[in-house]
Design a protein around this ligand. Structure first.
Ligand code: ASP
Ligand code: MG
Length: 413
């Protein structure tokens, strides 16, 4: 039996296949690596850039509350186009390629529409194609349920398809081609002195993904960590090394803080008062979870609402991604009584510092908050983990704070 040594899963993002010319460039590059490095490529592609957003708009214009099989079917269609075009481009250059949608591969997911999770991948067909010298071109972002419904894995989910496929094929690495040449210590559009990282730990990358860095899909990194698949995040336009996402133990150095990241699309919701005790919280967060709304930071404290005794009541503040606001408002409407005042703070941003080195270095929080004090920035919510500290602030102050933190933690290029 042939080993999987030369199989390399290569994922191309939306901008990498954004035009026919770029699709042809991808085909050329894949075939060159095949010839020069002896790789057997398995390709995963995203929809052409802007396409998924366009499809989301169409659905929302009809009904912003609809989520379900038809929504996923609609969104998944973008990848179908890209897969077909790249296959045509590869064949035009003399290669043999096979276009594959998720149901044709056998990428099984659960039935949580819009945020489905991969349960299993059948590699039989892909292996057979590779053995015959055919390049499988697989649609990212989509899956199929047990009863043949099309699902999608959440925005940015093509990364997850690629890493899951690499794991299923028992590979040790996965290439993710994108429009940025590397993972940076901060978003260069926000922090001019951001620098490229050669390596970053799975754990750090997961934190970055969860605080809104759009570099890699969270689930992709989670799967990579679980199956120890190194992710090489690199440019599809430049021919050079990017950033390796790998196990912490393999990295040469762990700075105290390796990145300053932000999420510019956060909404803070303040409820005052709500019934004290876990019953109300369980009900609210249970309903949000059912709709797959990811509640981020939660704080509660005794209510100070005048005219009402604080006993039996509490204040509740939490943050959610902007995209989940409509769903959340609907749920609040269903369960809140008239006495609860709802304040929604839009135009919020979450700023975080992340680093595995924090585990062994005290004093990071003190340095973090000193920056806010020096810059007279109000902090609406705070949260920490052993390798991350985050604060929600007004979006208008984001740039100033991000730059100051980047300098404070010795990250400037
Ligand atoms: N096309 C999908 C999106 O835009 C999936 C992806 O690009 O990874 O979210
Ligand atoms: Mg992406």
């Amino acid at each position: 039996m042939q080993t999987n040594k030369n199989i390399v899963v290569k994922k191309f993002g939306g901008t990498s296949v954004g035009t026919l010319e770029r699709i042809e460039n991808v085909a050329t590059r894949v075939l060159r690596d095949h010839t020069e490095k002896g790789e057997s490529p398995v390709i995963v592609v995203s929809a052409m850039s802007g396409e998924t957003n366009r499809l989301v708009r169409l659905a929302n214009d009809l009904n912003p509350y609809y989520r379900g099989p038809a929504y996923d079917m609609l969104l998944a269609s973008g990848e179908q186009v890209a897969v077909a075009l790249l296959t045509i481009a590869l064949e035009k250059k003399g290669a043999k390629a096979a276009p594959l949608l998720a149901h044709q591969v056998g990428i099984q997911t659960d039935a949580i529409f819009s945020k489905a999770r991969i349960r299993s991948i059948d590699t039989t067909k892909i292996q057979a194609l590779v053995e015959r010298g055919v390049i499988p071109v697989v649609a990212g972002f989509q899956g199929v349920t047990e009863d043949d419904q099309i699902t999608t894995l959440g925005r940015g989910g093509s990364d997850t398809t690629a890493v899951a496929l690499a794991a299923a094929l028992k590979g040790s690495a996965c290439e993710i081609y994108t429009d940025v040449p590397a993972v940076y210590s901060a978003d260069p559009r926000l922090v001019a002195k951001a620098r490229e990282l050669k390596t970053i730990a799975f754990e750090e990358m997961m934190e970055m993904a969860s605080v809104g860095s759009k570099v890699l899909h969270f689930r992709a990194v989670e799967i990579a960590a679980k199956y120890n698949i190194k992710i090489h995040s690199r440019s599809s336009f430049e021919d050079r090394e990017g950033t390796w996402v790998m196990a912490e133990g393999n990295m040469l150095e762990n700075p105290v803080v390796s990145s300053v990241t932000h999420d510019p699309a956060t909404v803070v919701i303040k409820l005052n008062p709500v019934p004290a005790g876990a019953g109300f919280l369980a009900d609210l967060f249970g309903r949000l979870a059912e709709k797959n709304v990811v509640v981020d930071i939660i704080t509660q404290s005794a209510s100070e609402k005048s005219g009402k005794s604080a006993e039996g009541w509490q204040r509740l503040h939490f943050s959610i991604p902007e995209e989940d606001l409509a769903q959340t408002e609907k749920i609040l409407h269903e369960i809140l009584k008239a006495e609860t005042e709802v304040t929604i703070l839009r135009e919020m941003a979450k700023i975080s510092v992340i680093g595995v080195g924090m585990k062994n270095h005290p004093g990071v929080a003190a340095r973090f908050f000193k920056i806010f004090k020096d810059h007279k920035v109000d902090v609406h919510l705070v949260t920490t983990s052993d390798i991350k500290i985050s604060a929600v602030i007004d979006k208008s102050q984001l740039k100033e704070v991000a730059e100051a933190l980047h300098t404070e933690f010795d990250l400037d290029a």
